[in-house]
Design a protein around this ligand. Structure first.
Ligand code: MN
Length: 248
């Protein structure tokens, strides 16, 4: 019989296989022939930290497969293509550093980097912001900070949910940190709070691609279900890391 550790390892291996295969599909359909070699990077699709069905029944496996393996992989491929073609000086930079000041990005690729770089960064965080058997409430420092800022966890949850439901079209709802202060905010498209100088702690993707297969037009049901998979340990780690500074 497999131990829990062995089972986790096997699951992680299976998830890694999915990520690699998805990356290959994107690369093989690239139309930019002369960057074929560079299409492997500088940015890569991170593996999901759990199997695609880990968040069932709240987030279904098929949605996770397409969301991670197609949508996120697409952002990575488009970002790499733009950087490799026009932004050589950005190849050595982290995605965080690029997004912190988009005015440095050549105008020709700025919108592409904003959308696809933002998409890559936001989704790389999003996968980690969820976990099997997540949910419940944040504890410790973060729990206290949320209660102090919003009155209680339940008030915070209501305000965050309302913000997520209020996003018109595609975008995100966020819990962010700005100079130590917690905020709820939303961004359109793949814009990230990092580009406005605020550090995302928790984000909820409310693009239809994040929920349409299971929930169709019922975004409210998706938001309600999503609270069951929030990885508060990860959010608390980010709070500890960034509460005094938005740069680690
Ligand atoms: Mn998404």
């Amino acid at each position: 019989m497999m131990t829990r550790r062995e089972a986790l390892k096997a699951a992680a291996f299976a998830a890694a296989g999915t990520a690699v295969a998805a990356g290959q599909i994107i690369r093989s359909t690239s139309k930019i022939q002369h960057t074929a070699a560079g299409a492997d990077g500088p940015f890569t699709l991170p593996e999901l930290p759990y199997p695609v069905d880990a968040l069932e029944p709240h987030i279904d496996a098929r949605t996770m497969e397409i969301h991670h393996g197609k949508h996120h992989a697409g952002y990575v491929a488009n970002l790499n293509r733009a950087i490799n073609e026009y932004g050589e000086q950005f190849r050595a930079m982290t995605i965080e550093d690029i997004l912190r000041d988009l005015s440095r990005v050549p105008e020709k690729i700025r919108a592409t980097v904003r959308n696809n770089g933002g998409g890559h960064y936001n989704h790389s965080l999003f996968w980690q912001m969820m976990t099997k058997n997540g949910g419940s409430e944040p504890k410790g420092d973060l729990g206290r900070a949320i209660a102090k800022r919003f009155g209680s966890f339940s008030v915070f949850k209501d305000e965050f949910s309302r913000a997520a439901l209020g996003v018109f079209g595609s975008g995100w709802a966020w819990l962010t940190l700005d100079a130590g202060q917690l905020h709820i905010e939303t961004t359109p498209n793949q814009d990230t709070p990092l580009s406005a100088g605020r550090m995302p702690l928790l984000g909820l993707d409310v693009w239809e691609h994040a929920y349409y297969l299971k929930y169709q037009n019922r975004r409210a049901d998706y938001v309600t279900a999503w609270w069951n998979v929030v990885n508060w340990d990860f959010v608390a780690e980010r709070y500890a890391l960034f509460k005094t500074s938005t740069t680690p």
